[in-house]
Design a protein around this ligand. Sequence first.
Ligand code: ITT
Length: 197
Amino acid sequence: MKEIIFATTNQGKVKELKMILKDLGVKVLSLKDINLNVDIKENGTTYEENALIKATTIARLTNKIVLADDSGLEVDYLDKAPGVLSARFMGEDTSYDIKNQAIIDKLANAKGSERSARFVSAIACAMPNGETFTTRGTIEGEIGYKIEGTEGFGYDPIFYVPEFGCTTAELTPEQKNKISHRGKALEEMKKILIQKI
Ligand code: ITT
């Protein structure tokens, strides 16, 4: 069975990607699975640039097909912050209870449509022959008024999806993957992988 490396240290992303790609007939290995510990400088200014930096760095080291995700939460009331800096917002080691409450507090005066927000995911694929591809997915929603739900990771407990009447942290993993930024970007990437592998 073909092996694909997923260049991430985020175990929430690993769980989602493995579930979404399970019908592709490839073995997905995370950096943890292959015991690879690399400090990658994500100094791009776009999700695509950062995803490509992660994928190409690990492809060079492993000579395998590598996928990477760079993603973030864009809050319109905060001029699309934290955006590409979502993991670094208030410090990488700050808990998401604190980060999520801080975003709710910053939106204390925002009402209704002023609370609009989206998750964005860029998936990059780097092939051993140097070819690269990227896909992107987004999901529109709103910043909730309080932290709700325990599924998912990161900003899920404050990302309210009006169609479902709950946050993405209250959806099952299957429900989230069907509608999420990462789910959509990976469905597009699957079409490319089917041709290429
Ligand atoms: P890797 O770079 O190792 O993949 P990371 O967590 O640092 O892990 P990013 O730089 O892409 O990844 O940061 C993305 C951040 O955006 C992530 O840490 C979350 O805070 C947030 N985020 C992205 N997708 C999310 C999702 O589906 N649910 C909740 N928060 C999400």
